[in-house]
Design a protein around this ligand. Structure first.
Ligand SMILES: *[C@@H]1O[C@H](CO)[C@@H](O)[C@H](O)[C@H]1NC(C)=O
Ligand SMILES: *[C@@H]1O[C@H](CO)[C@@H](O)[C@H](O)[C@H]1NC(C)=O
Ligand SMILES: *[C@@H]1O[C@H](CO)[C@@H](O)[C@H](O)[C@H]1NC(C)=O
Ligand SMILES: *[C@@H]1O[C@H](CO)[C@@H](O)[C@H](O)[C@H]1NC(C)=O
Length: 300
């Protein structure tokens, strides 16, 4: 009975964990940002729509010739400034810069214990532009060879709480977190793609003053303290058991997810419509998504 309840809670926790996987979100947002491209011109950002269950998140996509990015940069793409000399790896002829603004979803996908986000978490990720219908695309690597990429948070940063020092935070694609100093005027710099925000550390100075203990009833407050200690010991123990079970469960879940993903991929392989050309059969594209046209491409 107890065990069943335990496992239900654990299954729930795993579900939450899987639902708020930031890499899964990256993949969803890549798909929806690419869908914004209907006869895309290079060098112009297109805002995408997200599925209704991600309302609030903003995505955008900008297609560029890789040579143009290297020689000219992008002086302003939303809050990002891409300097001259950014190279991608592996080399592609055209690439897409996908922009994320996680808005009110920032804390859910990029929680940072002991810190508060003063800005929405913004992301920039680079993909190959050779097939704009692609899903589950891997990111390209980008590397500024001269100056770093800048992120100007000026227009979206919340006021800094008194006495606290704001910092730039960078979440790389593997989930690692790095801190950096803010440059003049709420600007952060980066030499890598990923997600960014400005945070302040929660110090004791920022927490409300503890309530003074009443002079009388010291006994009661002492009793309460003991209960708190007892509670946290028991709580800690239960949490530990949870954690061990959760890790075991996550491992299992991961394996299952992999299989699910393979099945999903298999399901997605929509059979191509066949048409006859002379004696041979050839696939024709379905009409569901407008194919990008290269006619109004401008050449740098
Ligand atoms: C949103 O809906 C899609 C299916 O339409 C589902 O795959 C995804 O997990 C959902 N995400 C959230 C956060 O509810
Ligand atoms: C963010 O705000 C939108 C409305 O603007 C709401 O639909 C959505 O549920 C919110 N997301 C979270 C995680 O609170
Ligand atoms: C583009 O990607 C889609 C989805 O992965 C695939 O169905 C299609 O065949 C690809 N097109 C080309 C020209 O590779
Ligand atoms: C950041 O953007 C603001 C306008 O939102 C602008 O006034 C400011 O000059 C910019 N800062 C830098 C360093 O580009």
């Amino acid at each position: 009975m107890f065990l069943v309840a335990f496992f239900q809670i654990i299954v729930l926790l795993t579900a939450i964990n899987a639902e708020f996987s930031s890499r899964l979100l990256d993949s969803v947002l890549q798909d929806y940002a690419f869908r914004a491209f209907v006869r895309p011109r290079t060098g112009i950002p297109y805002d995408g729509n997200v599925p209704f269950n991600y309302t609030g998140i903003k995505v955008s996509a900008l297609r560029l010739r890789s040579g143009s990015m290297r020689r000219r940069g992008v002086s302003k793409y939303k809050e990002f400034h891409i300097p001259i000399g950014v190279l991608e790896q592996p080399y592609v002829e055209r690439l897409v810069l996908v922009y994320h603004n996680l808005a009110n979803w920032s804390d859910l996908y990029y929680p940072l214990p002991g810190h508060i986000h003063l800005t929405p978490v913004l992301g920039i990720l680079t993909y190959d532009a050779s097939n704009l219908s692609s899903i589950n695309l891997p990111e390209l690597d980008i590397r500024p060879s001269k100056n770093p990429i800048l992120i100007n948070f000026s227009s979206i940063v919340k006021p800094v709480p008194m006495g606290l020092l704001p910092k730039c935070v960078y979440f790389n694609l593997d989930g690692a977190v790095e801190f950096d100093n803010i440059l003049n005027g709420n600007v952060c710099k980066t030499t890598k793609q990923g997600h960014f925000s400005i945070v302040v550390e929660f110090t004791t100075a920022a927490e409300p003053e503890p309530e003074p203990e009443p002079a009388s009833g010291g006994d009661r407050s002492g009793g309460r303290k003991n209960w708190v200690i007892f509670g946290s010991v028991v709580g800690g123990f239960v949490a530990l058991i949870f954690l061990v079970l959760l890790i075991a469960c996550l491992n299992k879940y991961d394996k299952k997810k992999k299989i699910d993903r393979m099945e999903e991929a298999a399901d997605r392989g929509v059979p191509l419509l066949m048409t006859k050309i002379g004696n041979t059969k050839a696939p024709i594209a379905s009409e569901t998504r407008t194919r990008p046209s290269l006619e109004n491409e401008y050449l740098p």
